[in-house]
Design a protein around this ligand. Sequence first.
Ligand code: GTP
Ligand code: MG
Length: 199
Amino acid sequence: MIIKSAEFLVSSRLVEQCPASQIPEYAFIGRSNVGKSSLINSLTGRKNLAHTSSTPGKTQLINHFLINNQWHLVDLPGYGYARSSKAKRAQFAGSIMQYILHREELTLLFVLLDSRLEPQQIDLDFITRLGECAIPFALVFTKSDKTKQRELDKNITQYKTTLLAEWETLPRIFITSATTGMGREELLVYIEEINRSLH
Ligand code: GTP
Ligand code: MG
Protein backbone atom coordinates (compact mmCIF):
# COMPACT_ATOMS: atom_id res chain seq x y z
CA MET A 1 0.00 0.00 0.00
CA ILE A 2 1.23 3.46 -0.82
CA ILE A 3 0.81 6.00 1.96
CA LYS A 4 -0.44 9.09 0.17
CA SER A 5 -1.39 10.99 3.28
CA ALA A 6 -0.97 10.61 7.02
CA GLU A 7 -2.22 13.22 9.40
CA PHE A 8 -2.57 13.54 13.14
CA LEU A 9 -6.20 14.05 14.10
CA VAL A 10 -6.66 14.18 17.85
CA SER A 11 -5.53 12.89 21.24
CA SER A 12 -8.22 11.56 23.57
CA ARG A 13 -8.11 10.51 27.20
CA LEU A 14 -11.21 8.33 27.05
CA VAL A 15 -12.85 6.18 24.41
CA GLU A 16 -15.95 8.39 24.62
CA GLN A 17 -13.85 11.31 23.41
CA CYS A 18 -12.45 9.50 20.36
CA PRO A 19 -13.56 10.89 16.99
CA ALA A 20 -16.92 9.75 15.61
CA SER A 21 -16.05 7.52 12.70
CA GLN A 22 -17.18 4.75 10.40
CA ILE A 23 -13.86 3.86 8.84
CA PRO A 24 -11.67 0.87 9.74
CA GLU A 25 -9.34 1.40 12.65
CA TYR A 26 -6.09 -0.35 13.59
CA ALA A 27 -4.46 0.24 16.97
CA PHE A 28 -0.98 -0.43 18.30
CA ILE A 29 -0.63 -1.67 21.83
CA GLY A 30 2.18 -3.16 23.90
CA ARG A 31 4.47 -2.47 26.77
CA SER A 32 5.87 0.97 27.27
CA ASN A 33 8.96 1.49 25.13
CA VAL A 34 8.32 -1.55 22.91
CA GLY A 35 8.30 0.75 19.86
CA LYS A 36 4.65 1.49 19.05
CA SER A 37 5.11 5.12 18.09
CA SER A 38 8.31 4.39 16.16
CA LEU A 39 6.58 1.69 14.13
CA ILE A 40 3.74 4.06 13.28
CA ASN A 41 6.30 6.55 11.96
CA SER A 42 8.02 3.79 9.99
CA LEU A 43 4.76 2.51 8.50
CA THR A 44 3.61 5.95 7.43
CA GLY A 45 7.08 7.08 6.36
CA ARG A 46 6.63 10.23 8.46
CA LYS A 47 9.49 10.63 10.90
CA ASN A 48 7.77 12.65 13.58
CA LEU A 49 4.10 11.84 13.14
CA ALA A 50 3.89 9.95 16.45
CA HIS A 51 6.05 11.14 19.31
CA THR A 52 8.75 8.72 20.42
CA SER A 53 11.18 8.70 23.32
CA SER A 54 13.88 6.52 24.81
CA THR A 55 12.15 7.05 28.16
CA PRO A 56 9.14 4.76 28.69
CA GLY A 57 5.72 6.33 29.22
CA LYS A 58 5.92 8.81 26.34
CA THR A 59 2.49 8.19 24.82
CA GLN A 60 -0.15 8.93 27.43
CA LEU A 61 -3.29 9.40 25.37
CA ILE A 62 -5.22 7.66 22.60
CA ASN A 63 -3.84 9.23 19.41
CA HIS A 64 -5.76 9.04 16.16
CA PHE A 65 -4.08 9.37 12.77
CA LEU A 66 -5.95 9.44 9.45
CA ILE A 67 -4.25 7.48 6.69
CA ASN A 68 -5.03 7.97 2.98
CA ASN A 69 -8.34 9.48 4.08
CA GLN A 70 -9.48 5.87 4.39
CA TRP A 71 -8.53 4.39 7.72
CA HIS A 72 -7.38 5.25 11.21
CA LEU A 73 -4.14 4.26 12.83
CA VAL A 74 -4.17 4.59 16.61
CA ASP A 75 -1.19 4.98 18.90
CA LEU A 76 -2.06 3.84 22.42
CA PRO A 77 -0.22 4.37 25.70
CA GLY A 78 1.96 1.45 26.76
CA TYR A 79 0.99 -0.87 29.56
CA GLY A 80 3.18 -1.89 32.47
CA TYR A 81 5.21 1.29 32.79
CA ALA A 82 6.92 0.48 36.09
CA ARG A 83 7.86 4.00 37.09
CA SER A 84 4.41 5.52 37.01
CA SER A 85 2.38 5.32 40.19
CA LYS A 86 0.11 2.36 40.81
CA ALA A 87 -2.94 4.59 40.56
CA LYS A 88 -1.78 6.00 37.24
CA ARG A 89 -1.01 2.54 35.87
CA ALA A 90 -4.48 1.38 36.82
CA GLN A 91 -6.01 4.46 35.17
CA PHE A 92 -4.02 3.80 31.98
CA ALA A 93 -4.93 0.13 31.92
CA GLY A 94 -8.55 1.12 32.46
CA SER A 95 -8.69 3.60 29.61
CA ILE A 96 -6.86 1.24 27.24
CA MET A 97 -9.22 -1.65 28.03
CA GLN A 98 -12.23 0.66 27.65
CA TYR A 99 -10.96 1.64 24.23
CA ILE A 100 -10.32 -1.96 23.20
CA LEU A 101 -13.66 -3.22 24.45
CA HIS A 102 -15.89 -0.36 23.37
CA ARG A 103 -14.39 1.18 20.26
CA GLU A 104 -16.76 -0.22 17.67
CA GLU A 105 -14.62 0.79 14.71
CA LEU A 106 -11.60 -1.11 16.03
CA THR A 107 -10.91 -3.59 13.26
CA LEU A 108 -7.74 -5.18 14.53
CA LEU A 109 -5.30 -4.68 17.36
CA PHE A 110 -1.58 -5.08 16.74
CA VAL A 111 0.09 -6.35 19.90
CA LEU A 112 3.75 -5.36 19.88
CA LEU A 113 6.35 -7.55 21.55
CA ASP A 114 10.05 -6.87 22.00
CA SER A 115 11.84 -9.44 19.83
CA ARG A 116 14.84 -9.42 22.21
CA LEU A 117 12.84 -10.91 25.05
CA GLU A 118 11.47 -14.34 25.74
CA PRO A 119 7.73 -14.47 26.48
CA GLN A 120 6.86 -12.03 29.27
CA GLN A 121 4.04 -12.72 31.69
CA ILE A 122 2.52 -9.27 31.32
CA ASP A 123 2.22 -9.73 27.54
CA LEU A 124 0.87 -13.26 27.84
CA ASP A 125 -1.72 -12.07 30.36
CA PHE A 126 -2.74 -9.29 28.03
CA ILE A 127 -3.07 -11.68 25.07
CA THR A 128 -5.16 -14.09 27.17
CA ARG A 129 -7.41 -11.20 28.06
CA LEU A 130 -7.90 -10.36 24.38
CA GLY A 131 -8.87 -13.96 23.73
CA GLU A 132 -11.41 -13.91 26.52
CA CYS A 133 -12.93 -10.75 25.09
CA ALA A 134 -12.79 -12.03 21.48
CA ILE A 135 -10.77 -9.07 20.26
CA PRO A 136 -9.10 -9.76 16.88
CA PHE A 137 -5.35 -9.20 17.05
CA ALA A 138 -2.02 -9.90 15.36
CA LEU A 139 1.41 -10.10 16.97
CA VAL A 140 4.22 -7.79 15.92
CA PHE A 141 7.79 -8.39 17.06
CA THR A 142 9.70 -5.12 17.21
CA LYS A 143 13.35 -4.01 17.16
CA SER A 144 14.45 -6.99 15.06
CA ASP A 145 17.55 -5.00 14.09
CA LYS A 146 18.70 -5.32 17.69
CA THR A 147 18.28 -9.10 17.83
CA LYS A 148 20.49 -11.83 16.44
CA GLN A 149 18.65 -14.21 14.13
CA ARG A 150 19.17 -17.14 16.49
CA GLU A 151 17.78 -15.19 19.44
CA LEU A 152 14.85 -13.99 17.38
CA ASP A 153 13.98 -17.52 16.24
CA LYS A 154 14.23 -18.81 19.79
CA ASN A 155 11.98 -16.12 21.25
CA ILE A 156 9.36 -16.45 18.54
CA THR A 157 9.33 -20.25 18.82
CA GLN A 158 8.86 -19.91 22.57
CA TYR A 159 5.97 -17.55 22.04
CA LYS A 160 4.32 -19.91 19.59
CA THR A 161 4.74 -22.89 21.92
CA THR A 162 3.36 -20.94 24.87
CA LEU A 163 0.38 -19.66 22.89
CA LEU A 164 -0.43 -23.05 21.42
CA ALA A 165 -0.83 -24.40 24.94
CA GLU A 166 -3.89 -22.14 25.22
CA TRP A 167 -4.99 -21.45 21.64
CA GLU A 168 -5.98 -23.73 18.82
CA THR A 169 -4.50 -21.52 16.13
CA LEU A 170 -1.83 -18.88 16.12
CA PRO A 171 -2.52 -15.27 15.18
CA ARG A 172 -0.69 -13.60 12.28
CA ILE A 173 2.86 -12.83 13.30
CA PHE A 174 5.02 -10.03 11.90
CA ILE A 175 8.70 -9.36 12.48
CA THR A 176 9.54 -5.70 12.21
CA SER A 177 12.11 -3.02 12.72
CA ALA A 178 11.29 0.67 12.70
CA THR A 179 14.98 1.29 12.00
CA THR A 180 15.47 -0.91 8.92
CA GLY A 181 11.84 -0.98 7.76
CA MET A 182 11.71 -4.77 8.04
CA GLY A 183 8.11 -6.04 8.02
CA ARG A 184 6.73 -2.66 6.98
CA GLU A 185 5.43 -3.76 3.60
CA GLU A 186 3.91 -6.98 4.99
CA LEU A 187 2.02 -5.03 7.65
CA LEU A 188 0.70 -2.53 5.14
CA VAL A 189 -0.39 -5.28 2.74
CA TYR A 190 -2.16 -7.03 5.60
CA ILE A 191 -4.05 -3.86 6.53
CA GLU A 192 -4.92 -3.26 2.89
CA GLU A 193 -6.28 -6.80 2.53
CA ILE A 194 -8.50 -6.37 5.56
CA ASN A 195 -9.70 -2.96 4.38
CA ARG A 196 -10.63 -4.50 1.03
CA SER A 197 -12.44 -7.42 2.66
CA LEU A 198 -14.62 -4.93 4.54
CA HIS A 199 -16.03 -3.37 1.38
P1 GTP B 1 5.52 4.53 25.02
O1 GTP B 1 4.88 5.61 24.22
O2 GTP B 1 6.33 5.03 26.14
O3 GTP B 1 4.56 3.48 25.44
O4 GTP B 1 6.63 3.80 24.07
P2 GTP B 1 6.51 3.29 22.58
O5 GTP B 1 6.10 1.86 22.60
O6 GTP B 1 5.69 4.20 21.73
O7 GTP B 1 8.05 3.32 22.11
P3 GTP B 1 8.79 4.37 21.16
O8 GTP B 1 8.33 4.22 19.74
O9 GTP B 1 8.73 5.72 21.75
O10 GTP B 1 10.28 3.78 21.18
C1 GTP B 1 10.99 3.57 22.39
C2 GTP B 1 12.48 3.56 22.12
O11 GTP B 1 12.83 2.42 21.32
C3 GTP B 1 12.99 4.77 21.33
O12 GTP B 1 14.26 5.13 21.85
C4 GTP B 1 13.09 4.27 19.91
O13 GTP B 1 14.07 4.94 19.15
C5 GTP B 1 13.50 2.82 20.12
N1 GTP B 1 13.03 1.96 19.03
C6 GTP B 1 11.73 1.78 18.64
N2 GTP B 1 11.64 0.93 17.61
C7 GTP B 1 12.90 0.54 17.33
C8 GTP B 1 13.48 -0.36 16.36
O14 GTP B 1 12.81 -1.00 15.54
N3 GTP B 1 14.83 -0.52 16.40
C9 GTP B 1 15.61 0.14 17.29
N4 GTP B 1 16.93 -0.09 17.26
N5 GTP B 1 15.12 0.99 18.22
C10 GTP B 1 13.79 1.19 18.23
MG1 MG C 1 4.55 5.77 22.25
